[in-house]
Design a protein around this ligand. Structure first.
Ligand code: FES
Ligand SMILES: [Fe+2]
Length: 425
């Protein structure tokens, strides 16, 4: 983010802190309790997430050609690779034989040998080896040609397909290779993050999805910082309750009295919407000290946390030392969700004590979400499901919360017919 913009945001945050107020929505808003409990809404939500571009990790999780990582997204196992030309590919991590996961964890490998019967795939997804070949006469195996030879075969196919323009051209690589392979999903590296589409037939246009936020997210560099791993929270809360906990800081003084509230203001937020996404600035207590400091000397990062909510299910939290990522997925029923929490750091992790310190910060942040936010909202889910009261109230001081629910409602109203068809077939 440009310094001018950071200074402007700091000015806005300082004014709110000084005036003991927060950015306000025009009015209060009610949301039906059923948004968190109904099976029909849950199906719609799952379809909405499945149909949206999915940010699944940091670009730095695939540091160079030959790197791979695996992700669980909406209960599906996904394999991501960085191929020889540096591009990112994604596949369903499902063996063509009997559906074992062909890879686990992350690391470096140009080939993936299924742990069950050793069918082998290269990092472009092609099936390159089947032990006991006579048992599978229908399996089409790519020749174990050297990359150079494969390249030549591809280009001769490209010449052949050039004679037949249109669909044949788009299918050139599969036509050339004629090998079976893992089901490929649209994938991209964009704004420093790894993105996929969950449906192989859905185009992935992350630039259009992020709009003006793309450059801003890229500018932080958090997707290129060192990744610190994943921690998973499978919880008895609707996925939207999980997102809601990141959408206001009105609760800091009570829920995080002993933790975040010792360093950050409560009920004091700079709010900006970017289409269906939003950005919140949470000022730290130190911000009031800037009153005594000339603007040229301000160091904005020392005085704020920046939170992004990316439609529909991603939250990013950026500080000077941490780029936290929360990937929040609807579970198998309205009252279940799964949150994958990641963190990245600009620090040099080759130093053991620095790495240990970074892990300790990650663990602290994770424990706070797990033991303070999510534990508390389990009780909300119970109350919502009890039917005792049919709505929730969002205040004017909770504009991020209002915007989240507006964006979801608008998307469902707009997209539901097509999402629904896609989902059901
Ligand atoms: S399930 Fe993968 S080789 Fe059998
Ligand atoms: Fe919280």
């Amino acid at each position: 983010m440009e310094r001018d913009q950071l200074i402007d945001l700091t000015r806005r945050a300082l004014k709110l802190a000084r005036d003991k107020t927060t950015d306000l929505a025009p009015a209060e808003r009610r949301v039906d309790a059923q948004a968190y409990t109904s099976a029909e809404r849950h199906d719609q939500d799952r379809a909405m997430v499945m149909a949206s571009p999915q940010l699944v990790g940091y670009a730095s999780e695939l540091p160079g050609p030959g790197a791979y990582c695996t992700k669980t997204v909406m209960g599906r196992s996904i394999l991501l690779t960085r191929t020889a030309d540096g591009s990112v590919k994604a596949f369903n991590n499902v063996c063509l034989h009997r559906q074992s996961q062909v890879a686990t964890g992350c690391g470096s490998a140009k080939r993936f040998t299924c742990p069950y019967h050793a069918w082998t795939y290269d990092n472009t997804g092609r099936l390159v080896g089947v032990p006991g070949r006579e048992g599978f006469p229908s399996a089409a195996i790519a020749s174990a040609a050297k990359p150079g030879a494969a390249g030549r075969r591809q280009s001769s196919a490209a010449i052949a397909s050039a004679a037949k323009p249109g669909a044949a051209g788009r299918r050139q690589s599969s036509a050339a290779i004629k090998a079976d392979g893992l089901t490929e999903l649209p994938a991209a590296e964009f704004a420093g993050f790894l993105w996929i589409a969950m449906d192989p037939g859905t185009p992935l246009d992350v630039a259009a999805h992020l709009g003006p936020l793309a450059d801003e997210l890229d500018s932080w560099g958090i997707g290129r910082w060192s990744p610190l791993g994943e921690k998973v929270l499978d919880c008895p809360i609707n996925w939207k309750l999980a997102v809601d906990t990141f959408s206001e800081n009105y609760h800091f003084a009570t829920v995080h009295q002993q933790t975040f509230a010792t360093i950050a203001r409560s009920n004091c937020t700079v709010f900006d919407a970017f289409g269906p996404h939003h950005r919140l600035i949470f000022p730290l207590n130190t911000i009031l000290g800037l009153d005594e400091v000339p603007e040229e000397q301000w160091d904005p990062f020392q005085n704020m946390v920046v939170i992004y909510a990316l439609f529909p299910n991603i939250v990013l939290s950026v500080t000077i030392a941490n780029g936290e990522l929360f990937r929040i997925y609807p579970g198998d029923r309205p009252g279940r969700s799964s949150t994958v929490h990641q963190n990245s750091t600009p620090l040099d992790l080759s130093d053991e004590s620095v790495a240990a310190g970074a892990q300790a910060v990650f663990e602290y942040a994770h424990a706070t979400v797990r033991d303070e936010d999510y534990r508390l909202v389990e009780g909300l889910q119970t109350n919502l499901e009890s039917g005792a009261r049919d709505h929730l109230l969002f205040g004017r001081n909770e504009p991020g919360l209002q915007h989240r629910h507006n964006a979801w409602a608008q998307a469902l109203a707009r997209d539901w017919p097509s999402i629904g068809r896609q989902h059901r077939h």
